[in-house]
Design a protein around this ligand. Structure first.
Ligand SMILES: NC(=O)c1ccc[n+]([C@@H]2O[C@H](COP(=O)([O-])OP(=O)(O)OC[C@H]3O[C@@H](n4cnc5c(N)ncnc54)[C@H](O)[C@@H]3O)[C@@H](O)[C@H]2O)c1
Ligand SMILES: O=C(O)[C@H](O)COP(=O)(O)O
Length: 528
């Protein structure tokens, strides 16, 4: 099978080598597509690779019937509709580390250019003006830099600012005193930062909480003559409020690499002499572009061929060590879910998944997602996957509970799934037998030993002599071979269960014929 990958923004040719070198991947590069053109084209592709230009909207994702993965060669994913991607089962991966250094260096370049008015002086000189009066700057040494957002880039900028003998004060919801001490920075609230700083640089993602984080009220609290830098995302700073604050003289200057609307060629902020700007160049170095393209290309290859990704954005990442431990349970967890779908009539209201034995020592969320996938896929179709399984369950109002409990005797690990509808509660449990693989060991109250594979027939019947023989003979008459048989009963002459593994899926006519036997209470044919 060949996977088709579309690259719709300019990426480093060296960086996409992992895609070019993969045997089963065809790479198409088509940059500058309009939204309509991309919507029309996307249906052919298994993967889409973008930077920040391509807006991957819900409309586009909804037309992407084959799309499995969107790779963002960079950090910010605000150009991708993550909810839509999750809903449609499309994993989004980014390259969080590859451009940190370049973005931090660009921020420092902007900080120094802003302080010394280098772009303004250069422009004047280009226009033939030798003007040494207008372009008097300020020193950085001894000034305070406020860093809002001390993640990868914020922390790198802070370290470099200290090299310029600046004091640094930072705010980040995850910045602890210990980490601040280690980084050699002061820390406080956003307000503390904006009140204390001579220069303020923002390094948060653009999310609901950070939209217009630096607004009119914030500018009012700042020092007179403060200077602002935004090399993160347009929209973190309210551009109208910034314009007014510059016009009023509150803000002495601003250095902007990013804008609320890009491209921003015709922006009133660009008319102000106090504003210097670059066209979103923070990550535009040979090194960063190669790094991010390599990282994201590797993830696309990995996901398309092995179903694992290192940097997922809309799915928690599973460390390799954990993956190695839980991978053998994947087959079992999905099959337990699928098995149960055949047993339950009506609408699932609650799913209880309990893990025992060695499973209690592991992070089992990936197995829970996989079990839910097994429970939903038969009815909702193949688009159900690990990315959207939990979302789809939640959307249907299904309550999912995960718990860990002590192991029943005889099993080193046990995974039990119980499903409740308004009418019934059914359960099933399975284990991974050392060297023998997955086994179903319990169906409701009955102990069994069953390989969760192939065509099965589950028969609830009354425990009377001859039933097993009758079923066996009827199937033999119809040319259906029984490969394995499990029987269990509550008590002698009471309710009993028979599970057959057969070589051929039972047709409706076979089921009807078996149902003629009065001892049979319920018969379910299933395909695992
Ligand atoms: N200009 C460019 O070309 C360029 C290049 C790379 C990254 N970026 C942008 O830079 C930003 C930071 O990237 P990063 O790699 O450092 O990300 P990161 O995830 O490592 O850091 C972001 C930090 O922001 C913090 N944060 C979240 N909400 C906050 C809030 N309300 N107040 C303060 N801090 C908050 C987070 O806790 C996190 O520590 C992103 O917006 C990214 O898209 C821009
Ligand atoms: O979030 C990022 O990684 C940067 O904004 C880089 O964006 P770009 O890939 O469009 O340069």
């Amino acid at each position: 099978m060949t996977f088709k990958v579309l690259i719709s923004d300019p990426l480093s040719e060296d960086g996409i080598k992992p895609l070019r070198e993969a045997d089963n991947i065809q790479v198409d590069i088509d940059t500058g597509l309009s939204p309509d053109e991309l919507t029309e084209k996307i249906g052919e592709y298994d993967a889409l690779l973008v930077r920040s230009q391509t807006k991957v909207t819900r409309d586009i994702i909804s037309q992407a019937s084959k799309l499995k993965i969107i790779g963002r060669a960079g950090v910010g994913v605000d150009n991708i509709d993550l909810s839509a991607a999750t809903e449609y089962g499309v994993i989004v991966v980014n390259a969080p580390d590859g451009n940190t250094n370049s973005a931090a260096e660009h921020t420092v370049a902007m900080l120094m250019s802003l302080a010394r008015k280098i772009p303004q002086a250069f422009l004047a000189l280009k226009n033939g003006k030798w003007d040494r009066k207008t372009h008097v700057g300020v020193e950085l040494k001894g000034k305070t830099l406020g860093v809002v957002g001390m993640g990868r880039i914020g922390a790198e900028v802070a370290a470099r600012a200290k090299g310029q003998r600046m004091n640094v004060i930072a705010y980040d919801p995850f910045l602890t005193k210990e980490r601040a001490d280690k980084l050699g920075v002061d820390f406080g609230s956003v307000e503390d930062v904006i009140v204390a700083s001579d220069f303020i640089t923002v390094h948060t993602p653009l999310i609901k909480e950070t939209k217009h984080l630096i607004n009119k009220d914030a500018f009012a609290k700042m020092k007179d003559g403060v200077r602002i830098i935004n090399c993160a995302r347009g929209g973190i700073i309210d551009e109208d409020a910034l314009y007014d604050a510059i016009k009023s003289g509150k803000v002495a200057g601003a250095a902007l690499d990013v804008f609320e609307e890009e491209p921003a060629t015709d922006h009133r902020l660009l008319e102000l002499p106090e504003v210097i700007a670059t066209p979103h160049l923070g990550a535009s170095t040979v090194e960063a572009q190669e790094n991010v393209a390599i990282d994201v290309s590797h993830d696309v290859v990995r996901y398309l061929t092995e179903d694992v990704a290192k940097n997922p954005v809309n799915l928690p990442s599973v460390p390799k060590e954990l993956m190695n431990k839980i991978e053998p349970y994947f087959h079992l967890s999905e099959k337990l879910g699928t098995f149960l779908t055949y047993l339950i009539p009506g609408v699932i209201e609650e799913i209880n998944i309990s893990y025992s034995g060695e499973l209690t020592e592991l992070e089992v969320a990936p197995l829970t997602r996989n079990t839910i996938k097994g429970l939903l896929k038969r009815h909702l179709g193949d688009h159900v996957n690990d990315v959207n399984a939990s979302y789809l369950a939640e959307k249907r109002g299904i309550q999912v509970n995960e718990n860990k409990s002590s192991t029943p005797r005889g099993f080193t690990n046990l995974l039990k799934v119980e499903v409740k509808t308004k009418e019934v509660t059914r359960s099933i449990a399975g284990t991974l037998l050392n060297g023998l693989g997955p086994r179903i060991v319990q169906v409701d109250a009955y102990s069994v030993d069953l390989v969760p594979e192939g065509d099965l027939v589950v028969i609830k019947h009354n425990d009377r002599p001859g039933v097993i023989g009758k079923v066996g003979s009827l199937l033999a008459e119809r040319g259906i071979n029984i490969a394995a048989m499990q029987v269990g009963r509550s008590d002698v002459g009471g309710e009993a269960i028979m599970i057959l593994t057969v070589d051929k899926y039972l047709e409706d006519a076979d089921v009807e014929a078996l149902n003629e036997f009065e001892e049979i209470e319920k018969l379910t044919a299933m395909e695992l």
